[in-house]
Ligand binder design. Structure first.
Ligand code: CA
Length: 495
């Protein structure tokens, strides 16, 4: 079978991505995943990929030349006041009936994909003490509770030394609140506070919970007493969690968060469209599918507002884009800060090209709802949960939104993982999957080489989501215990 040498995504495109692992020599040598000009492009003319303008030629580019990053000027972002709102709402796809997984049903109606004891904290001051207790709980208590998957400390740098009443403070506070109520923690709340901090337990958990330990309370004589108190409370919570077992749940109880990191020029033609195919299957099965990363949606927002299920949803999407434009402006930054050196090495010239590839993850269904950073998602179907694109901050905010399964696409590769939810990692290139066979769960690079279709890989992702959510299969990140720290988004001032 002959192998394709390059990929053109859309018939209008005047650039293509080199597929051959060793690159390709046309007018000059062009490395794999970088762009070749398919025709002569005069200075000032648009450079088209995905059928969209990714920039203007900064100089004459002859056919067969390497379209380098510095040959492309960044176009202005789509004007937020001139977008089409809910003008092309996709018709619902046929429902997929009877799709189920095995999960832990919670009293609040959510469903866990893991059964974990989470110890929340109000403030960074207590983090090492809680971690000390967690290490002892893991070795001394956990073996007696075989139905519990693990114990984690939900530690973070927030809680004091911050302007707690500033508008921006609402974001980290609601994030911590919603993390404590994460579906994989089974509602067995446990909270450790210092005592004097600004983020008091009652502020974090307005419904006062009896399961709070304050390290400054007079009853604790020394560190040993504090650790004993944490272990006693943990033992009680572990007993409750240990009585739970998995039950058959409809796919509608899945909340799947989509993200990318270390993207390359293949991400938008292999991994992200395959995830988009899986997203459509999940939506058809009734699940919630979230995509995020405002800076990677901003330049493709004109493709999304027409797909909004209502004018209100489209306006909510625009509101989140506008908030972020202002946030970047206040920090004297703009969207050109986004592509990383790794993105550029992987052939992504600018944030427009990155965004057009990124939104392929969202599939083809109607956009049903939009939430602000740290809010819980309640809608079914496709949802935009606004977050920064930073992998850890996005992952943390998606967890706060209620994500119980995570799908992460990567071109350059990252060993990223989360303790609170299984992370399925999808590579955009076969070379990465072959180099990291014990970190990458699914190879979408086979789409570029013609060894698989987008649908083949999409179905594979869908199946692995159901298996990992049911505890039947482990993702590589969980196999090795690779769990990145929670990372809060704090747009408010630090004092
Ligand atoms: Ca990211």
């Amino acid at each position: 079978m002959s192998r394709p040498l390059w990929v053109r995504v859309h018939p209008r495109d005047n650039v293509a991505i080199i597929v051959s692992p060793d690159g390709l020599t046309l007018r000059e040598f062009i490395p794999q995943s970088h762009k070749a000009a398919l025709s002569d492009i005069a200075a000032g003319q648009p450079i088209l990929r995905y059928g969209e303008v990714i920039g203007l030629a900064a100089r004459d580019i002859p056919q067969g030349a390497w379209v380098r990053e510095e040959f492309i000027t960044l176009p202005v972002a789509p004007a937020l006041g001139e977008l089409q709102l809910a003008t092309a709402i996709p018709a619902p796809l046929p429902p997929l009936e009877g799709v189920t997984f095995e999960g832990y049903r919670n009293a609040d109606g959510t469903v866990g994909t893991k059964n974990i004891l989470g110890i929340s904290t109000t403030v960074q001051c207590v983090a090492p003490s809680v971690q000390f207790a967690v290490n002892r709980i893991r070795t001394e208590l956990l073996p007696r509770f075989p139905n519990v998957d693990g114990v984690i400390a939900l530690t973070h740098p927030y809680g004091c030394g911050v302007a707690i009443d500033a508008p921006g403070a609402a974001v980290p506070i609601r994030t911590l609140h919603n993390l404590a109520l994460h579906p994989n923690l089974g509602g067995e709340l446990m909270l450790v506070s210092l005592g004097c901090e600004k983020l008091q337990p009652a502020r974090l958990m307005p419904q006062e919970s009896p399961f709070v330990i304050r390290l400054q309370d007079q009853q604790h004589h020394g560190f040993g007493d504090m650790v004993s108190a944490m272990m006693r409370m943990a033992e009680e919570r572990l007993g409750e969690l240990n009585r739970r077992s998995r039950v058959t749940c409809p796919a509608a109880d899945l909340v799947v968060g989509l993200q990318c990191g270390g993207s390359d020029a293949f991400s938008g033609v292999t991994a992200n469209p395959a995830v988009g195919c899986a997203a459509d299957l999940l939506v058809r099965a009734g699940a919630t599918v979230m995509f995020s990363e405002v800076t990677e949606v901003r330049d493709a927002v004109h493709l999304l507002t027409p797909r909004a299920a209502s004018v209100e949803v489209a306006q909510a999407l625009i509101r989140e884009m506008a908030w972020y434009d202002e946030y970047l402006r206040a920090g004297s930054a703009d969207r050109s800060a986004n592509p990383t050196p790794g993105n550029k090495r992987g052939g992504l010239s600018n944030v427009v090209e990155k965004a057009l590839g990124s939104v392929a993850k969202a599939g083809t269904t109607a956009l049903r709802a939009v939430t602000s950073p740290g809010e819980r998602v309640t809608a079914k179907g496709l949802v935009f949960a606004a977050t920064p694109a930073s992998d850890f901050i996005c992952g943390t905010l998606q967890l706060a939104a209620g994500m119980n399964m995570h799908v992460f696409t990567t071109g350059e590769g990252t060993p990223y993982g989360l303790a609170l939810a299984p992370v399925v990692k999808v590579s955009s290139r076969t070379a990465l999957a072959e180099r990291w066979p014990d970190l990458i769960d699914i190879d979408a690079g086979r789409i570029a080489t013609g060894d698989a279709t987008i649908e083949d890989v999409g179905c594979q992702i869908f199946d692995l989501i159901l298996d990992a959510a049911s505890g039947r299969k482990r993702t590589w990140a969980d196999h090795w215990g690779l769990h990145n720290d929670l990372s809060l988004f704090n747009p408010g001032p630090v004092t």
